[in-house]
Design a protein around this ligand. Structure first.
Ligand code: 13P
Ligand code: SF4
Length: 301
């Protein structure tokens, strides 16, 4: 009997990769698809922490990452031994970690969140009277502290792609554009950029905001996130003037190098069983990392 192969792709991959996938989504949607996939093999056209999450949620399936180099700066900037020391210095706090983290990092966490549910989960914890520490994304944590008046101690890693957005380049682009101007941004962006935004949210949240946009026909919408999502936004609303937010004047170039390693050739090879197998996590590591992920999934359903 032939193997059932399911291909999942993140919105940040190239349009041709998204067209090869059974499901396309943000990290929360892809985690749920992976968990429920009736598959012998899951090809994960995304980055390694996403493929690891798929394996943790669906350990029976073989999970293949098309290119071994598909990491994430939030993972590579976090030394897990140092993180453990940091976590232990807050024994009476709940440790909330962004899903952009390694399996070992997740195992040191009480809750996992994605950019889609982070606001609600942290609000819920504060309502319960908990004290919270947040890792690894410093920008996302700074935004939450600013927006809701929290005082969460933060770990200090950034997304190397979103961290490049800056206020000065945006001001120039805003001044040069004619008509109504809007900015939507992913919470991995720096706080001065997020403070200017009309909407801050996850990849899917931004896509929904664009789909429902009811502003004037002269509107210019700047999008501060990875450039892959512009494809989905333009498909949904070809009538809108959607522009990649600049990282410096005149530059339209915010692309995640790790996501873009998912080339057509690499994904085809993975669908034939070649690539990086996520087979190095021990059952104990997976069990420990699954607890905070499942807590999040239960909360979000
Ligand atoms: P989403 O959770 O919005 O899919 O974001 C994942 C990511 O890597 C953003 O850079
Ligand atoms: Fe990581 Fe940033 Fe790439 Fe997302 S865009 S995978 S956070 S490096």
């Amino acid at each position: 009997m032939s193997k059932r192969v399911v291909t999942l792709a993140h919105y940040y991959t190239q349009p041709e990769i998204q067209q090869m996938a059974d499901k396309v989504g943000d990290s929360l949607e892809l985690s749920l698809y992976a968990k429920e996939a009736q598959a012998d093999t899951i090809v994960f056209a995304g980055v390694r922490f996403m493929a690891e999450t798929a394996k943790i949620l669906n350990p029976q399936a073989e999970v293949i990452l098309p290119d071994a180099g598909s990491t994430c700066s939030l993972v590579t900037q976090t030394d897990v031994a140092a993180l453990k020391v940091w976590r232990e210095s807050y024994p009476d706090h709940v440790h909330v970690s962004y899903i952009n983290s390694s399996a070992e990092h997740k195992a040191l966490s009480d809750w996992i969140v994605t950019s889609r549910n982070v606001d609600d989960i942290i609000a819920y914890l504060y309502e319960q009277g908990k004290k919270v520490i947040f890792s690894p994304d410093r920008n996302m944590g700074a935004y939450l502290n600013y927006q809701y008046g929290y005082d969460m101690p933060l770990w200090s890693a950034v997304c190397e792609v979103h961290d490049k957005f800056n206020e000065a380049a945006l001001n120039e682009a805003f001044n040069a554009a004619l008509g109504e101007k809007y900015l939507i941004a992913h919470p991995e962006s720096p706080l001065p950029v997020l403070k200017k935004a009309d909407y801050v949210g996850s990849t899917s949240g931004m896509l929904n905001w664009v789909k429902q946009f009811k502003g004037g026909s002269n509107a210019v919408i700047f999008v501060a996130t990875e450039d892959g999502i512009l494809y989905n936004m333009s498909l949904a609303r070809p009538d809108l003037d959607l522009r990649q937010a600049p990282i410096y004047a005149g530059c339209q170039c915010n692309s995640c190098p790790y996501m873009k390693l998912n080339t057509v050739e690499a994904v085809k090879r993975a669908q034939q069983g070649e690539g990086t197998r996520i087979d190095y996590l021990t059952p104990e590591q997976m069990d420990a990392a699954r607890i905070p992920i499942e807590r999040m999934l239960e909360f979000s359903q």
